[in-house]
Write a protein of this length. Sequence first.
Length: 81
Amino acid sequence: MVSRKQLLAKKSSRKKRGKTLEHLEEGAILTGVVKNLTEYGAFVDMGGIDGLLHITDMSWGRLTHPRDLVNVGDQNSGQSP
């Protein structure tokens, strides 16, 4: 059994992902939203594409856990504040 809502969400997600991939290039700065935190990093939704921001790439200093720097739902353009 398939729900109409799931099909529409999947179609919308594909469109969003395709649009992001069209404009994606090396060195591009994307806005992302933190979706999940783990011991080794944060998963970020960047317009239909999920990426992993590894804990070693979050700070010059040592972090115990990504939650010391970001929270689920945080949004950032990738630029320093």
